[in-house]
Design a binder for this molecule. Structure first.
Ligand SMILES: Cc1cc2nc3c(=O)[nH]c(=O)nc-3n(C[C@H](O)[C@H](O)[C@H](O)COP(=O)(O)OP(=O)(O)OC[C@H]3O[C@@H](n4cnc5c(N)ncnc54)[C@H](O)[C@@H]3O)c2cc1C
Length: 378
């Protein structure tokens, strides 16, 4: 593939860059204050992105999207990261729930949710992980019992990002109690405002609470909120996970580039050759990641479905970011304690990056089996 922008892509890039320069919400950049204020600012910014046509660029126009090629989405993500623009608050709706509804939803579900996800009128969370089901999603135990036209849901989810701000949840449940592993799972759309849903924020190592526990006690989910067929939730969940990792690469790489640039600025005048080697390594890794992303983009443009290569970008980025932030703090030395705390925060937050959306160990297994074609580990 030709890696340079076509004239059309170059024009789109210039337009997005100019728009971001003019509209970026300075108050929200790197915001680490009160959660309510964060949500207000985030919603206003998401709405602005939507009004400008930058939410759901590749979604079909019939659902309120832009119908643009994936290359435009990649360019927008690059430009947003380079400008250090905050994300649309509905990352889970845009990146996971929406694509899953497009792939498996009924017409009624599509018209009910898709345009509201884009406009941030609906914020979504992902209810997959449980206390005993993280990497091993097939161990999910949250129960969904069918009673005529409703499912009665009981159980607990954990680590659910944005659940405290969410209206809806993509929920993996076990509908057949006698089933095991990947069978007997059912994928539901749960109303986070329904009676019996309780959200308890969890405090992270950074001091912030981005994720939560969710408790479901006799929550009634109407049958029209079933996504895919009863007992076939595993297949639907796989669509969600491919999208979670598949389209992240460009944003992550561009975010890494910003951090590498900041690291290079810190390293100006550095004479210790071992430290200089470590700085150079981060620049080299960044270039490798960029070309891996072009490979993923090629698959996506050919098939419309993200390939397993998306796991490589997530794995490389999260580990590089952890090393890089640690190195930055070493370079800062005692000054790191008295600066604005930016690198300190970044390093603490980077710990979760190698766990969320698949741990590094699990992603290595995926890359070994599905990208390199090595024999299965088990
Ligand atoms: C910041 C953050 C946000 C998150 N947001 C969400 C969210 O919105 N929704 C949601 O559902 N979940 C979310 N999660 C949860 C995340 O998906 C899980 O933490 C992750 O899948 C790991 O599961 P676990 O924590 O249960 O660890 P476990 O699966 O118990 O893993 C423990 C350790 O064992 C290793 N391990 C497990 N299986 C294997 C294997 N087969 N081979 C080799 N090693 C293995 C793991 O790599 C890890 O080191 C989030 C997590 C974080 C940190």
């Amino acid at each position: 593939m030709d890696l340079r922008d076509t004239p059309d892509e170059a024009a789109f890039r210039a337009e997005a860059r100019a728009w971001l320069e003019e509209n970026i919400p300075r108050e929200l950049q790197g915001y680490r204050g009160n959660e309510t204020r964060f949500a207000q600012l985030g919603l206003a910014w998401s709405r602005k992105l939507y009004d400008a046509g930058y939410a759901g660029l590749t979604w079909p126009e019939a659902f309120g999207g832009g119908g643009a090629p994936y290359s435009h989405q990649a360019i927008l993500l690059e430009e947003m990261a380079r400008a250090e623009a905050p994300q649309h608050l509905g990352v889970i709706g845009l990146g996971m729930a929406g694509p899953t509804i497009i792939a498996h939803g009924t017409d009624e579900q599509k018209s009910r949710h898709l345009s509201r996800i884009l406009s941030a009128e609906e914020i979504w969370c992902q209810g997959f992980s449980e206390p005993d089901a993280g990497s091993d999603l097939a161990s999910v135990r949250t129960r969904a019992e069918q009673h005529n036209d409703t499912f009665l849901v009981n159980g607990q989810k954990v680590w659910s990002s944005f659940a405290h701000l969410s209206d809806w949840c993509i929920l993996v449940t076990r509908s057949d109690p006698s089933s095991e592993r990947h069978k007997g799972l059912t994928y539901l759309i749960a109303d986070m405002h329904a009676p019996g849903v309780e959200v308890r924020p969890l405090r992270q190592i950074t001091g912030h609470s981005e994720f939560n526990e969710i408790f479901f006690t006799d929550v009634q989910v109407p049958k029209e909120n079933l996504l895919g067929a009863i007992g076939e939730g595993w297949q639907v969940a796989m669509t969600t996970l491919l999208h979670e990792r598949g389209t992240l690469g460009f944003a992550l790489t561009a975010a890494l580039e910003v951090n590498v640039r900041k690291l290079l600025a810190l390293a100006q005048g550095l004479e210790d050759t071992r430290l200089r080697d470590r700085v150079a390594r981060e620049w080299i890794e960044l270039q490798a990641l960029r070309y891996t992303n072009y490979r993923s983009l090629t698959t996506l443009m050919k098939t419309g479905i993200p390939g397993p290569e998306g796991s490589i970008a997530k794995l490389q980025w999260s580990e590089a970011n952890q090393r890089l932030t640690k190195l930055a703090r070493e370079l800062l030395g005692p000054d790191g304690v008295v600066d604005d705390g930016w690198w300190h925060y970044q390093q603490l937050r980077s710990r979760g990056n190698t766990i969320e959306a698949g741990t590094s160990e699990v992603l290595r297994n995926i890359v070994a089996e599905r990208v390199l074609g090595l024999p299965k580990g088990r």
